[in-house]
Design a protein around this ligand. Sequence first.
Ligand SMILES: [Zn+2]
Length: 71
Amino acid sequence: MVILALPIVIGVVAYLAWRNRAVRGCRWRANVAGDKGKLRMYRCAACGAEAFTARKGPPEQCMRHLGNGGL
Ligand SMILES: [Zn+2]
């Protein structure tokens, strides 16, 4: 039983680890068409979240955690 269950447990743990990394590692793409003045619009290619930032570079984290798909 243990031998049968072990691969399943490893698989679940690996899946969860992969999912967490996928959520954290958002792939932000600049969306020039969505810029509002000095605010730059970024869209996450991983989860589809949209975010605005006035700083240089993409947002540090996924905005999906903050609500339903960004601001
Ligand atoms: Zn994302």
